[in-house]
Design a protein around this ligand. Sequence first.
Ligand code: IMP
Ligand code: MG
Length: 189
Amino acid sequence: MPPPYQDILDHILIDSERLQRRIAEIGNEISEDYRDAHSLVMIGILKGSTLFLADLMRQIRVPHMIDFLAISSYGSGARASSGVVRILMDLRAPIEGQHVLIVEDIIDSGYTLDYVLRLLSTQQPASLSICTLLDKADRREVEVPIKYVGFQIPNAFVFGYGLDIDEYYRNLPFIGVVKDGVNLTQEHE
Ligand code: IMP
Ligand code: MG
């Protein structure tokens, strides 16, 4: 059993109210930007983006569909991904001719999203953009173009609101910073 979150939480970085306020703002922006798009599909990257996608789509007032892509990236160290990315679950429906918005929890080194972008761009979408809740820009190793960012965050390992530690704590309604010394595994999903 994992310890109660209070034991591994250093501090709350973004509380639930701030998350929801910012998500409403992004939802408004997306609703404006895609007002005339004939077909919008939001693709959630599993599993971390599930809470974000669920809250974000409720703030979007243009017709849209959702789909999911499950990706796994391995790190050489617990807090880094190495660029070795693989697909665990592919999209259900083709995206050819659709306006695609990728919805991600966090961009760290950028390797995962770089891979996803290259993969999806071969499938002739009408447009392809990225929306991420969190951006750890200091850690970027490969440039990825991001259209919507919820929050820029410092270089610390965070959890909650979809982001896990060993698959737990995704249900927390806030983003928290993990205490120094908590053991983290090598596979991100
Ligand atoms: P990237 O490929 O280095 O950009 O990392 C992408 C993936 O690593 C994200 O989709 C997350 O699943 C995971 N990740 C990166 N930083 C964190 C963190 O601070 N907490 C939890 N997961 C993270
Ligand atoms: Mg992820």
